[in-house]
Design a protein around this ligand. Sequence first.
Ligand SMILES: Cc1cc2nc3c(=O)[nH]c(=O)nc-3n(C[C@H](O)[C@H](O)[C@H](O)COP(=O)(O)OP(=O)(O)OC[C@H]3O[C@@H](n4cnc5c(N)ncnc54)[C@H](O)[C@@H]3O)c2cc1C
Length: 450
Amino acid sequence: MRKTTYGGKYDVIVAGGGPGGLPAAVAAARTGARTLLLEQSAILGGLMVSSMPLLGFVDRSGRTVLGGIPGEMVERLDKKKATRGHVIDPTSASLTIINPNWMRILCFEMCKEAGVDVRMYSRLTDVKTENKRVTGVKACCIEEDMEFDCDILIDGTGNGTALYFAGAHYTRNKSLQPGSLEFTIGNVNIPAFLRFLKEHPEDAELPDTYGVTQSMEQFNSRQGFGITGLMHSIEKARAAGDYITPRDCIVLVTTNEEGELHCNSTRVIDVDPTDTVSMSNAETEGHRQVENLMLFFRKYIDGFENCTLNYIAPFFGIRETRRVAGIRTLNDETVRNCLVPEDSVCLAGYNFDIHVPGSLKTNIQPVEKAVGIPYGCLVSENIDGILASGRTICATDEGYGLSRIMGTCMAVGEAAGTAAALCVKQGIQPRALDPQVLRAVLKKNGCIVD
Ligand SMILES: Cc1cc2nc3c(=O)[nH]c(=O)nc-3n(C[C@H](O)[C@H](O)[C@H](O)COP(=O)(O)OP(=O)(O)OC[C@H]3O[C@@H](n4cnc5c(N)ncnc54)[C@H](O)[C@@H]3O)c2cc1C
């Protein structure tokens, strides 16, 4: 019979070990908190191990806007020969190309070094509260359920599951952005592919919903490149019954390995990330589209004739779920005017990027320079003892379109973990923490906050 075991009291518990959760756990432990990280899967890193490039490290003004733990992780990947560094890119501002397997190794390494208690195969299943304050969590572990107490809980689940169980107010759009299953294609003859793009300029064009242009010069960069396009070939293939994905373009990005490209192009619409049947259907459809795309590349695009399916991300990627109702909001005015409020805890240097719900289109609007994320975006308006991290922070659609990328989620995570540990030290709730005290500690740790 399944039993419940008490696992003790922690200063800080982090649910979810992705870009929002992992740096939070490391930062909390480094700031002196006894920290537990609960991760439902067998891997740490969340979508950081999907083989996608990390976005948000360099903004459109050319400034590097992420330091601290995100910067350290890229430096450590560099020492492992697992990154091409920051590639300047007209569509995404910058692409930080990394090897997902080495990222996976690094995530475990950093938790161990920091002294984080890591529990893999441990899914957060409930949150304990008293008088609108979080006091602990319940988790489903391998052959038992476990209960833990904590002072501060950090939501790094992506979906806002911890916030939801805690009874925190949140927003969730009626129609959510579509999700995708990411994959990597090997044995690509890159020179032949680049010749194909030169000979078919219509396939090198961006959709008209992107506010930027791309060039052959960019594709020829030796450091690496990203391309969004192949729209003409998609139309041809769709007419012949060879293309099933409901998206108007394909996104390919160089990986860390020679002759390999990452493909961010499947699209499943109307997925409910909080429903098991819906997510199972999304996984099934995502895998079906990966096969269809592989056949498309081999048949229609030069350079892919002998390509191989090298890697499929460990899980289907969700772009949007819940966002906490915070005491501050990353709002449209801040994004449109590129403001850095004085209570900012990190910078978001990307685009306003929304995959239009239920549509073939993606809307990308370049944002001139990095925007500040105020500390209060991480703080629940109605529940104490909890902080939002990663893509669960309080933001309008535009703010979310800018801040949901992995580089920014990592910096938000470091801010959340540091804030949680400071709250424990001071014996206060997150809403009472002075953002200037937090900013001073973050700056000392190499973070860029203004
Ligand atoms: C298809 C797609 C393409 C994208 N492309 C890019 C890109 O190219 N570059 C970029 O920078 N960003 C990209 N993004 C955005 C970015 O990947 C996400 O917004 C970001 O990963 C969010 O980080 P997170 O830590 O909040 O969530 P996640 O990365 O989803 O991590 C959440 C973690 O929590 C765990 N978890 C979930 N629920 C529980 C639970 N109940 N208990 C325990 N653990 C739990 C999960 O297993 C996972 O490890 C993309 C997103 C998607 C979906």
